[in-house]
Design a protein around this ligand. Structure first.
Ligand SMILES: Nc1ncnc2c1ncn2[C@@H]1O[C@H](COP(=O)(O)OP(=O)(O)OP(=O)(O)O)[C@@H](O)[C@H]1O
Length: 232
């Protein structure tokens, strides 16, 4: 990213509540870093914060800006720029077969069917799923489904990827595989996770507690702060 580019993600005085429950309290953050982790106790507001980056949740107060665009006013454009991976890939996989799922994503950007089919095969190979193209998607293992969901999101070329607890369903081998895939991505990555070692080589880790940023640092000090907070 050129030094003059504005931070890709900006939260400015963001507040949010669901009914009476206040979930985010005055969040102000500029996030230009490429790999950012967000950690915090259950219910601390991580998912709500992450969903604001692609307009799945709009802030009740303050603004969220992505690639210079106010998310509230540019939801469609921002949705194209921000890929979102849910922790449960079954929420994301739509089509019966693995290849068809990728082809459906591609239909947003490639109009020719034969081109979509060829591109889907390439993408499946990139994500270690070649050989599964014609398999029913529901027959994949949890880790393979996670990879398919990721491939279907990445294939449309988002500039930012937000992943909400991407390793919760994965065994150690697949968690490590996902880490390798993430490490190889050029896109900006925001990961919400309870899998703390995953963040060791990230650029920045943000700690949320009860809707506030309570630490924001390099991984080692931020994770140490969080461990201390949770053991109190
Ligand atoms: N759609 C909703 N309607 C009502 N309350 C909600 C909604 N989404 C989240 N909440 C509440 O907001 C609070 C923060 O939830 P959020 O999912 O952002 O936390 P989190 O830090 O991601 O938690 P976890 O680690 O358990 O996933 C919780 O108390 C939750 O019950």
């Amino acid at each position: 990213m050129p030094e003059s580019a504005p931070p890709a993600i900006v939260f400015d005085g963001v507040e949010h509540a669901f009914g009476d429950r206040v979930v985010l309290r005055g969040i102000t953050l500029e996030i230009p870093e490429r790999r950012v982790g967000v950690i915090g106790a259950n219910g601390s507001g991580k998912s709500t914060l992450a969903r604001m980056i692609n307009g799945l949740v709009l802030p009740a107060g303050g603004t969220v800006t992505v690639n210079g665009l106010d998310v509230r006013k540019n939801k469609r454009k921002v949705r194209r720029d921000v890929g979102f991976i849910f922790s449960d890939p079954d929420r994301q996989i739509i089509m019966p077969t693995v290849a068809e799922d990728i082809e459906l994503s591609l239909s947003r950007i490639v109009s020719d069917k034969a081109q979509r089919r060829a591109r889907a095969r390439e993408v499946l190979a990139d994500f270690g799923l070649d050989g599964h193209a014609d398999q029913p998607a529901h027959q994949l293992s949890g880790g393979q489904k996670q990879l398919l969901a990721l491939a279907a999101v990445m294939v449309v070329g988002p500039s930012i990827l937000v992943a909400d607890e991407p390793t919760t369903m994965l065994d150690l081998r697949n968690a490590l595989m996902l880490r390798r895939v993430f490490a190889g991505l050029d896109e900006q990555l925001v990961v919400l996770t309870h899998d703390l070692p995953m963040l060791d080589d990230f650029d920045r880790v943000i700690v949320l507690d009860d809707g506030r940023v309570v630490a924001d640092d390099e991984p080692a000090p931020a994770i140490a702060f969080y461990r201390n907070l949770m053991s109190r």
